[in-house]
Design a protein around this ligand. Sequence first.
Ligand code: COI
Length: 361
Amino acid sequence: MTFTHFAPPKPMFEVIKTKHSRLSQVDFNNIPFGRIFSDHMFVMDYQNGQWQQGQIIPYGNLQLSPATSALHYGQAIFEGLKANRDSNSADILLFRPYDNAHRFNHSAVRMDMPEVPEDLFVEAIAQLIQLDREWVPSTTDSSMYIRPVMFGCDNFIGVRSSDNYKMVVLTSPVGPYYTKPVRVVIADKFVRAFDGGTGEAKAAGNYGATMYPASLARQKGYDQVLWTDGVEHKYVEEIGTMNVFFVINNEVITPSLDGTILHGVTRDSVITLFKEMGVKVTERRITTEELFEAHSKGLLQEAFGAGTAATITQIEELAYKDKRYVMPPVQARTLATKVKSELENIKRGLKPDTYNWLVRI
Ligand code: COI
């Protein structure tokens, strides 16, 4: 007797295809970040205590009541991940989607929202990418950015957790988030996160609260804020769009995950790859004073951010109060440059995927 091995059953989604693809209107040699959306999106509603059947439908506006609770009280979370073309085949490579699924649920729990089965989260993305695979850019430094988002949608003005939620996944071909090294101002007044808060959740409100300080920083010529702890403004935590790394005296140091910092998937990948390269990496608290002292002694060799959207972004300058700390030229930043290329090579199938980070589509 022979046995047939079936693949595990996949969640079934209803698929409604667009009749008017916009693909031919896209200039793939000139892709801005986050402004172009592929033909389709995934939508799924949570009602009566369970997730309803998901749908893949043409990208378009949602119809929402002005009483939609997330608009008032910010019960909203999101994720960001990327897909790239495999350099050796026609496959599309999703980078660490299960880690994003896991973090999405971690955020959901903190915000009192329903969790999404991780397989369903990944399958929704895989099927969406499969349908719009022609939209995945092949140009260098470009990727397909995937943005899952979930928000409370009760039409109710009272302050309580929603009973109804909507999850949407958008896909967006993107070029680099930052096209050059960034100048960063270290927070000495405003706070992003504090013990017991939502700092390590990818909650929409975490980002909303940073808009005003980020605008003030931009007015002074800085690209981003490097957040410090909410008690003393003494320890550096993360940058508005990415985790932060420093190289001091040949040792890579990044703030430890103490509850106020996002558990970055790129952060974790960078740490793993540095260890593989034999570089000493330490996760611990870092004071601003330590950074300035290392800078004054010429020991602060590198500073960079790591995130899905930003990938590895070099920091050109740190500013604190009225002082400026200019970093060494990018050409001298061997560790960040090397880890970026290792990471990009794995994402694009140019280096073996020894950690099983990739899901092939
Ligand atoms: C990402 O890197 O994917 C993010 O979500 C950060 C930012 C664009 C908000």
